[in-house]
Design a protein around this ligand. Structure first.
Ligand SMILES: NC(=O)c1ccc[n+]([C@@H]2O[C@H](COP(=O)([O-])OP(=O)(O)OC[C@H]3O[C@@H](n4cnc5c(N)ncnc54)[C@H](OP(=O)(O)O)[C@@H]3O)[C@@H](O)[C@H]2O)c1
Length: 260
């Protein structure tokens, strides 16, 4: 059995999750890589094993399946692994008015962005608290600070992630465990293609590279920060929302989400 710490990362097949996997591996952690794209996870795992001498366990899973988190943890138990770092990164969005977009993708989004994250956190946190050691990194978004017309469910899921993470961070603050909600702004990944907002004003204003966002998320988690926002402009926009009339915030966000 390896003495190395173990990091479980969801959504590790690409984007921010893949960059986080590279950082954890470079720092000598074993990995549990989760996503639907098994082939991508296997090639990433092999690349990181040979570059850093770590072990990468590939656990393909579709997090729209309500049974997936328990199945992931059952497979870790079979391998005799416990989770020292949980990174809830898997997530996606849809673009369009709530009533115009089909219910199924929006309910799937709630399942992946919220339900799976909550269940995985519950499964991991109990072991961390028993060992008095562990870190949870939840990838939220600057979307979590305000309502998001034309991406209403996505913004609401990220508000949940932010509030949930802050709440439990306070609960565990003296227990040797940290919980971080990391809030990227627009980031250059496949997210925009999946969500259909890659050409939105928000992305045109400026999007950060995924490796930079991942490094900031990792540093924030290691420092035990409860809420971390990547980039000065993103911090300013999240901060200004607190003092702006909500009607104005809704209108500006809708404008930023426009794709044409
Ligand atoms: N990019 C941005 O502008 C931005 C900004 C703020 C926050 N975020 C957040 O950052 C996180 C990572 O997104 P990203 O930008 O890196 O996007 P991405 O490149 O599209 O990566 C999304 C990851 O989530 C996985 N995933 C999606 N649906 C899944 C499912 N049903 N089951 C299991 N895994 C699933 C994908 O893997 P498979 O397809 O292989 O399953 C992929 O690895 C998300 O939570 C997103 O909301 C992104």
């Amino acid at each position: 059995m390896s003495e190395r710490e173990v990091a479980l990362i969801t959504g590790a097949s690409m984007g921010i999750g893949k960059e986080l996997a590279k950082i954890f591996a470079a720092d000598g952690r074993d990995l549990v890589l989760v996503a639907r794209s098994e082939g991508k996870l296997r090639s990433l795992g092999q690349e990181l094993e040979s570059a850093h001498g770590i072990t990468a366990h590939v656990v393909p899973a579709d997090l729209t399946d309500p049974g997936a988190p328990a199945a992931i943890f059952a497979s870790l138990e079979n391998k005799g692994l416990h989770v020292d770092y949980l990174v809830n990164n898997a997530g996606f969005g849809t673009t369009g008015a709530f009533a115009d977009v089909g219910l199924e993708p929006q309910m799937d989004m709630i399942q992946v962005n919220i339900d799976a994250l909550v269940v995985l956190t519950h499964l991991a946190l109990r072991g961390m608290l028993a060992r008095k050691k562990g870190r949870v990194l939840n990838i939220a978004s600057t979307a979590g600070f305000q309502p998001g017309p034309d991406m209403a469910i996505y913004y609401a899921t990220k508000a949940f992630v932010l509030m949930f993470s802050e709440g439990i961070a306070e609960e565990v603050r003296d227990a040797g465990v940290t919980v971080t909600a990391h809030c990227p702004g627009a980031t250059l990944t496949n997210f925009g293609n999946t969500a259909g907002n890659a050409k939105s004003i928000l992305f045109k204003v400026g999007a950060a590279p995924a490796d930079k966002v991942a490094r900031h998320a990792y540093r924030s988690m290691m420092k035990g920060k409860v809420v971390a926002i990547e980039g000065l402009m993103n911090w300013l926009s999240a901060f200004s929302v607190r003092f702006s009339p909500r009607v104005l915030v809704r209108k500006i966000t809708r404008w930023l989400n426009q794709t044409s």
